[in-house]
Design a protein around this ligand. Sequence first.
Ligand code: UD1
Ligand code: CA
Length: 454
Amino acid sequence: MIVKAVILAGGKGKRMKSELPKVLSTICGDTLIRHVAANIREAGIGDIAAVTGYKSELVRGNAGDELEYFLQEEQLGTAHALNCARSFFENENCAVIVLCGDAPLVSGETIRELVSFFEDNEADICVLSAVLPDPAGYGRIIRDTNGNFERIVEKRDATPQQILISEVNSGTIIFRSAALTAALDEIMSHKPQNAQGEYYLTDTIEITAARGGKVFAFCAKDPNVVMGANDRYELSLCERAMRESINKRLMLDGVRIIDPASTYIDRHVQIGEGTVIYPGTIIQGTTTIGRNNTLYSSRIEDSEIGDANLIDSSVIESSRIGDENNVGPFAHLRKDTVLTTGTKVGSFSETKASVIGKGTKVPHLTYVGDAQVGERVNFGCGSVTANYDGNKKHPTVIKDDAFIGCNVNLIAPITVGSSSYIAAGSSVSRDVPDGTLVIERSKRLEHKAKIIKK
Ligand code: UD1
Ligand code: CA
């Protein structure tokens, strides 16, 4: 049977106390709604719709045009939301899996297990449930004395006895489309009679069971799947749970993480076997990292790192690093830095939009910006490419085997020839030919010093 998915994302999420719709809150490098969509795709389901309402355009812009959208103008409850997407599934003989846009931990694997259970049992409805030590505000799963699933009662509508039930509705529910359409018709046909005055999607269970339909609650192995982010505290709990699962997956794939609790890696980051990550490291965005690197307390964002690099206490943004480079401690690689192979960018050096050739060293207190640097170049301490004239940025070209002395200013645009040698303290304002020694300092003046006695 074809499976289609609907993400409910119409609410504002008042408890988040944010201008943004709740589903645009970010954890582990992506928004909640994008995590939910990625989970669905990981389960092999490509036909996905979302119901949006509060700041709809913003939500759609973020989740992207791979989803189909339906508008819920007023937020009248979860059944009302799904009813807005009716044309997505009615008159089709398919299964519809409904997920909450604020529940990012329902993994692809869990979705696949739920779909299999639904199909194997030829069910009409199957709710993903979980048993929680503290069932808090979730809907309670009501079973009869034989353990058969009967209905869901929202906490606010529950009797004191029902409140004690620890099996809860995760909010992820799969339906046979015909059963869903019929149950929605009934729910929407009269005013809701519950504590919140909302059209509840959870009422589909009782309605379908009463008509002789087959309803099941499938209990997830991992109770985290129900975790929703309703406020910023819960958001941090969801983020911690997702972080733990990212770190675990990487460790099982052969990445050594010394202290997972203090290592922050975004969901879409890839890291190769044998790489060792020390505490305090933050790896963000679309970063990919190869094998056998050693990373100490660094932040790496949207970058591509090869193999066998050592990166210590540094910040690397939108850059590309090849193999066997040595970065830090305390280096800042800004946007579009390229380190080729065997380079060194050391203490308090900053690079931007520059290519650093094989074996070149930028060891300390140096700024290299808008520069093409050849192989085996050495930058002395405190050397600077003066790339900005206050109006425009200008390029610097440094050819192979050049030696840049300490405290040299290279005033761009400028080309330094290969195997040339620039004396310490020079401010070089014109091109340097190959194989040339340049000293460009002001002439030394000497005067007799007046000796003042105190
Ligand atoms: C819902 C379930 C509850 C379950 C819990 C799991 C119902 C009645 N209750 O409660 O049994 O334990 O999820 O997290 O279904 N939404 C809309 N339009 C609306 C209302 C909600 O799109 O009119 C969306 C929200 O944006 C959210 C999702 O539906 O992404 C769930 O809504 P929420 O209000 O958070 O439901 P809960 O009270 O948590
Ligand atoms: Ca919720």
